[in-house]
Design a protein around this ligand. Structure first.
Ligand code: NOJ
Ligand code: CA
Length: 477
């Protein structure tokens, strides 16, 4: 078995914000195809495309109105086929996002007469059927007066939850998976993978429970035992195809133990490990998080950034930290996800309220700022794109791919070099001062200095994150 994903570097393409081929300010599929050379030179093994399916874009594509077609603003199915063929030619694999927990409220499954056969609905009543809150404020239920029922939405009302206790839903999604597997995709990133099946009784979440806010730690709405049958079916389905197609789950729990069952050998191959997303730039916290993940999970899929969280230049307090984090990330054992722009050292953009588009910002009336700040289109050229759907900061010209390419010491060149030298092989911690993380990975030792204490390992420094050597890769002699 090849299992290419075990050590792969995946690059997340947030389609809207990656590369715009027709100048309308919105990234698209031909744009991605035109930048494959960049990705090949960067040295990634695979790309993950966020949803590009037909969608009213209430949550930028995570509200799908047709699971088997491309939204016209992103291109066509023929464009998609071209992208997959061109990526494969360069040895880059392609995984796509599948959004099975909910569809768009514009999906014919929801607008048509058979809604009750596919969605979580409860007839009548003055009050919502139970105490479940929506992830983005307010109750998780909306009353459809015309139809005389409440429907469930763990996210926005435009994203009604499908009912995975119904066989029809399971059958429909097998058809969807086959559609994309037949087109040659190398796997799927599964949205809200822990959430699909709700407890059929729809009973209240037991108190005490923060009913004002969705929690990844609830018991009733999500993480039901039957969800594992879905992944066993999907695993079998993926196995019918050649090439080790991969299933990567977005499985979010603060307790890592709850992720473990999803990674049983006949279920998901990978599940994002978000524990580093929630750590500050402090040696003991980061060490503890890495240790716990490695101890608990059979395979750890490392993530610092994605389209839902604050970029690390901002979160970790500056470029110096983010550069050191790059060497840390790329030395850890197992698959790694890099979010577009992470390799350019982009910071979270502080956008004016008027341009913010994230439904979180609008539904929470600004109480939560939302995710637009990490979704600003990445800069390719010194000359920025005047009509980008979210405005690029003026100083991003110097952070553009054009400006950083070939510039000694640039963030991008550091990333390229790190991907080239990325170590493989056994992992072992080294004894080090409290402010220093040090571990061996294959022939290299990775040292990350959080404080400025002296720590040296004998050997040749093959890569340094900056002139002070905040993080180093040392080839042991
Ligand atoms: C997780 C996705 O990453 C996020 O962007 C989306 O809003 C929610 N799931 C709902 O689909
Ligand atoms: Ca475009």
């Amino acid at each position: 078995m090849n299992e290419w994903w075990r050590e792969a570097v995946f690059y997340q393409v947030y389609v809207r914000s990656f590369a715009d081929s027709n100048g309308d300010g919105i990234g698209d599929i031909p744009g991605i195809t035109s930048r494959l050379g960049y990705l090949e030179e960067l040295g990634v093994d695979a790309i993950w495309l966020t949803p590009f399916y037909a969608s009213p874009q209430a949550d930028h594509g995570y509200d799908v109105a047709d699971y088997v077609d491309v939204d016209p603003q992103f291109g066509t199915l023929a464009d998609f086929d071209d992208l997959v063929a061109a990526a494969h030619e360069r040895g880059i694999r392609v995984i796509v996002d599948i959004v099975p927990n909910h569809s768009s409220s514009q999906h014919p499954w929801f607008t048509g007469p058979d809604r009750e056969q596919r969605y979580v609905t409860v007839a009548g009543g003055d009050a919502p059927p139970n105490n479940w809150p929506s992830n983005w404020g307010g109750p998780a239920w909306t009353l459809d007066e015309d139809r005389g029922h409440w429907y469930l939405h763990l996210f926005a009302p435009e994203q009604p939850d499908l009912d995975w206790n119904k066989q029809l839903v399971r059958d429909d999604f097998e058809t969807v998976l086959r559609f994309w597997l037949d087109r040659g995709v190398d796997g799927f990133r599964i949205d809200v993978a822990h959430g699909l099946v709700k407890k059929a009784s729809l009973e209240d979440e037991p108190e005490p429970f923060p009913t004002d806010r969705f929690s990844s730690d609830w018991r009733t709405a999500i993480d039901q035992p039957e969800v594992h049958d879905v992944y066993r079916d999907w695993h079998r389905l993926a196995d019918e195809y050649d090439g080790d197609r991969v299933l990567v789950g977005e499985v979010v729990f603060s307790d890592q133990q709850r992720v473990v069952p999803y990674l049983r050998p006949d279920e998901l191959h990978l599940a994002f490990n978000f524990s580093l997303v929630f750590q500050p730039w402090e040696a003991d916290k980061i060490r503890a998080s890495i240790e716990e993940s490695l101890r608990t999970l059979p395979i750890v899929t490392w993530v610092f950034e994605n389209h839902d969280v604050t970029r690390i230049v901002t979160r970790f307090g500056g470029e110096r930290q983010a550069r050191a984090a790059a060497l840390l990330l790329l030395a850890l054992p197992g698959p790694v996800f890099v979010y577009q722009g992470q390799e350019l050292g982009l910071e979270e953009v502080d956008l004016p309220d008027e341009v913010r588009q994230d439904p979180i910002f609008h539904r929470m009336k600004g109480e939560r700022i939302g995710r637009d700040g990490c979704r600003v289109p990445i800069p390719w050229m010194r000359e920025l794109q005047p009509n980008a759907w979210l405005p690029q900061p003026a100083d991003w010209g110097e952070k553009s791919v054009e400006a950083q390419t070939g510039r000694g010491g640039s963030f991008l060149e550091l990333y390229r070099r790190a991907l080239e030298l990325r170590p493989h092989g056994p992992f072992a911690w080294r004894r080090s001062p409290p402010d220093v993380l040090a571990f061996d990975r294959g022939d290299l030792t990775c040292i990350v200095n959080f404080g400025g204490e002296q720590f040296e390992v004998e050997g040749e420094v093959v890569l340094a994150s900056d002139e002070d050597g905040t993080a180093l890769w040392v080839e042991r002699s």
